[in-house]
Every structure is written in C-alpha cells, then in structure tokens.
Design a protein around this ligand. Structure first.
Ligand code: 5MM
Length: 341
C-alpha cells in the first residue's frame, strides 16, 4: 500500500469547489432512467449519453473532481475511438469504478439486503487500476421500516464494506465507503438520525477491525432527512444541523472528507442541504457531493436521446455541477437557479 498516493487521491476527490459525478448506474438502473426519457438502453445510447457528460468541458474541468464509472463504461470508447476514461483524464478529473455487484436479499432478514462482490475483488481491482481507476465505490443499502434495520443486516453490510475498503487500499485504490440509509418510507428525521448513527458507528468499528487507514478513504453518506412519505418534512437548516450532529458523533477526524449521495432528493434540495452544511462549517472534514440523480436528472431530460439536444444537455449538467460546486464552499444562493438551461 502506498499511503501517500491514497491520501493525495482522497484529498483531490474532496477538494473544495469540486465533487464527484456518480455515473455508475448498473444496466438495470440506467434502463430505468432511460425509460423515463423514452430512450432505449443500448450500449451505443449509454455511450453517447455518458460521452456528452464527459465532454462537458466547463463542468468537468472546473467542478468535477472524479467520475464513478460502471464496468461497461470503463471499457467503452467514445464515438471517435477515444477511451471514455481518457476524456475524463483530459479534463483533469479522476476516473473511479463501482465494484460492488449489487444488493441481494439477506437470508433470514426479510426486507433487508447484503451487498455482494467480494469474491475475486482483488483481481478485479488490479484490472480496473490498469484501466485507469484510482478510486472505487461500494454501496450498502439500509432500509428503514417496521422492525428494520436489524442489527444483523447492519453488521453484515458494515463488515463487507470494511473488507472491500481494505482490499482497495491494498491495491492503491481509494475506497469510497457508501453505507446508504434510504429515504424511502414515512419515518421522520429523528428516526433517520438514530439509524444513521447506528450504521456509521458500526461501519467505523468494522473499518478499524479490518485495519483500514482512515486517511485514505472517502465516506459517501446519506444526509439525515425525513422519509419521502413522511408528513413532517424537515427544513433545510434542520437537515444540515442533524446531519452534522450525527457525523460528528460517529466519524473520526482522520477521514479527509465526505461526498454525500443525493438519495432521491430534488436537484435543488440536494444542493441547498450541502450548502447549508458548509455554511455551518466548523468540522474537520471537507463536505462535497457525489450525486447521481441530482446531477443527471436535468441533463437526461434535456438530452432525451436526440443528438440535436446535446448542447442543451451539457448546459444543464454544467449548471447543476456549478451549483453544487458553490454549495461545496457554502456559496450557493437560490437566485442563481433562475438561470435556465
Ligand atoms: C448512480 O447510481 C449509483 C448506482 O446505482 P445502482 O447500483 O442501483 O445502479 C448509486 O450507487 C449512486 O452512486 C449512489 O446511490 C448515489 O446516487 P444518488 O442518485 O443517490 O445521488
């Protein structure tokens, strides 16, 4: 393990003013996204869409520190034959790779999942590193509902996350550790806070037991937020305060930074929450974004699979990337959203 290299990469991923584009939708997820815009999910359409993002030079050079890719994308060539990974590198951003193989039902824990993908991971990491990936991502999913999450599911997912993180560091790949507490459901913000605290404390205990070096990881947490169906939605300030409260209780200051997931929040909510946390400040970590939907919903809609719409889609992506860049410095203002795409 080259710790200096891991620390340098992790610091670059959470550099203020920049954040991560989560473009690692698996085949099933990208199909769902394309279905909503009436685009067939073929390899060429997936390539064309992702190519337009990676060729958005203003966004990629100024606001995006790294891109999480899917197995297909890290091997794909742009229409002119340039590897998509090269487009990312040419923009000065860091290519990364999703290495988990998805969440599968956890035996004897109804309604809960365990993320799979440890078998053969060392070999896959070696290959991905040779293809240009300097960081990886693994997402564990914790749902809130009647009687869940169970301690069994939280512990099992935390253990697997830590095993993944240790393997990444052994291969000089920075692990993004993503224990996502879902915002599906009708629970209130305090229930989300309780569950998120339990999950993060368990994850950091497991990281310690697996000897993961905290200076060389990036945490991708959920925000502490009420469930989508809760009648009691919290204010922006309450989300920011409670998210920071929970993170302060659980995460050692050796971790360089957090790149939050958006989790189904609207584009502007995700931006406003990140901005509010950075305005509060006073924490030892960098706070930035690693958004999938909150960065891509607008460009997907603008593109809708039509070559004539590429410039509009790139403008939409650049706008969201810029808004989140400002939020990563606590400099976003809602009136800046007026500028249409
Ligand atoms: C972009 O979506 C990622 C991959 O999801 P699937 O494995 O379901 O295809 C996902 O892991 C994403 O990186 C995070 O959940 C954050 O994305 P959001 O949309 O929540 O910001």
């Amino acid at each position: 393990m080259n710790l200096d290299q891991l620390v340098t990469t992790a610091a670059a991923m959470v550099k203020p003013g920049k954040g991560i584009l989560a473009a690692d939708e698996s085949s099933g997820t990208i199909k769902k996204r394309f279905d909503t815009i009436g685009v067939e999910s073929t390899p060429d359409n997936r390539r064309d869409y992702r190519e337009l993002l990676f060729r958005s030079s203003e966004a990629m050079k100024n606001y995006i520190s790294g891109v999480i890719l899917y197995d297909e994308t890290i091997r794909q060539l742009a229409a002119d034959g340039t590897p998509l990974v090269k487009l990312i590198e040419q923009a000065g951003a860091i290519p990364g790779i999703k290495v988990d193989l998805g969440a599968k039902p956890l035996p004897f824990c109804p309604g809960e999942t365990i993320t799979e993908g440890l078998d053969g991971l060392r070999e896959r990491l070696t290959e991905y590193h040779s293809l240009g990936a300097h960081f990886a991502k693994w997402r564990s999913v914790i749902d809130i509902g009647d009687g869940i999450p169970s301690g069994t599911a939280v512990k099992a997912n935390a253990h697997v996350l830590a095993r993944y993180a240790a393997l990444c560091q052994e291969q000089n790949v920075v692990p993004i550790v993503e224990p996502e507490v879902l915002m599906d459901g009708a629970h209130d913000i305090d229930r989300c806070a309780t569950v998120t605290e339990f999950v993060l404390k368990t994850v950091f205990q497991e990281l310690y037991e697996q000897r993961v070096v905290l200076e060389g990881i990036v945490l991708k947490p959920n925000m502490v937020i009420a469930g989508k169906m809760s009648p009691q939605q919290a204010s922006v300030d309450e989300v920011a305060e409670k998210t920071l409260m929970v993170l302060k209780r659980c995460v050692p200051s050796a971790v360089p930074g957090f790149a939050f997931l958006s989790g189904g929040q609207s584009d502007q909510e995700a931006t406003a929450h990140l901005d509010a946390m950075n305005r509060i400040g006073g924490v030892p970590w960098k706070l930035t974004f690693s958004y999938g939907r909150a960065l891509q919903a607008a460009p997907q809609k603008a593109w809708s699979g039509k070559p004539d719409n590429v410039a509009d889609a790139q403008r939409a992506f650049t706008h969201r990337a810029r808004m989140n860049s400002l939020a990563s410095k606590g400099e976003w203002r809602s009136d800046l959203e007026e500028r249409a795409t």
